[in-house]
Design a protein around this ligand. Structure first.
Ligand SMILES: N[C@@H](CCC(=O)N[C@@H](CS)C(=O)NCC(=O)O)C(=O)O
Length: 233
């Protein structure tokens, strides 16, 4: 029980550049629970290393002899396995609502932000990952990176528009979870953190209430996200 947890965490050619939104929400969940973790840099070309998890995507959490994949499954595992630690959901009811936020984020926000910043990712990757990333993501989005670059302004406007439900909540309260952040905040914030690490594009206008919330989350958990290395100057 006392051996440290391990997390396979997607990294760029520079092992300190950690950019996966799914990994970021778990790193914040672990910090929220005060759990120490060894966040091991993992590249797309290293599928063999995470084979015991039975699939090929990160994050993968290793807790003793347990290998757990999929960020939502990992979050629920952490909540149950470490019940004595601060809750990342707040309550059973809030856990259900967080699941909706997870699905909304991954179905709506993550693709919307990806259309803005995805073309900046390959520059951060090593040789073994570069072409794989371009080919798989161009196929997934059905569009070339060259076309994404051309349509960046349009994609940025669509992303800002998609934030409206978040914006109207954040003018009323400091966090999605209320007065203090929890996993619901970490899920949505992880998308902004991904963009911040991989791209110099500014996603938000200065006076957007979402920008104030993002700044508060960069400071949360002892400034974990704010201290992260960005892949560009
Ligand atoms: N639903 C999964 C998604 C995980 C995922 O897609 N991870 C990406 C990195 S952001 C990955 O490792 N992809 C492997 C690949 O493209 O080969 C979760 O929530 O953890």
């Amino acid at each position: 029980m006392n051996q440290p947890l391990k997390l396979f965490d997607v990294a760029g050619a520079d092992p300190e550049v950690r950019f996966s939104p799914y990994c970021w929400r778990i790193r914040l969940a672990l910090a929220h629970k005060g759990l120490l973790v060894e966040a091991i840099p993992w590249r797309f070309s290293e599928k063999g290393v995470i084979a015991p998890s039975g699939q090929g995507a990160a994050p993968v959490l290793v807790d003793g002899d347990k290998w757990i994949s999929d960020s939502w499954v990992i979050a629920e595992y952490l909540e149950t396995a470490y019940l004595d630690r601060p809750s990342i959901f707040g309550s059973r009811e809030a856990q259900g609502l967080a699941r909706f936020i997870n699905q909304w984020t991954d179905a709506v926000l993550t693709p919307a932000v990806a259309r803005v910043v995805l073309p900046d990712v390959p520059d951060l990757l090593g040789e073994a990952d570069h072409d794989y990333f371009v080919v798989t993501r161009e196929a997934a989005f059905g569009v070339s990176f060259a076309a994404l670059i051309e349509r960046r302004e349009e994609a940025l406007a669509a992303f800002r528009q998609a934030l409206q439900p978040l914006r109207s909540l954040l003018v009323r309260q400091p966090f999605l979870a209320g007065e203090a952040p929890n996993y619901a905040d970490y899920i949505v914030f992880s998308v902004f953190q991904f963009a911040r690490i991989v791209s110099a594009v500014e996603l938000l206008e200065d006076d957007d209430p979402v920008a104030g919330w993002r700044a508060r989350l960069l400071e949360a958990c002892n400034g974990l996200a704010g201290a992260a290395r960005r892949g560009h100057s």
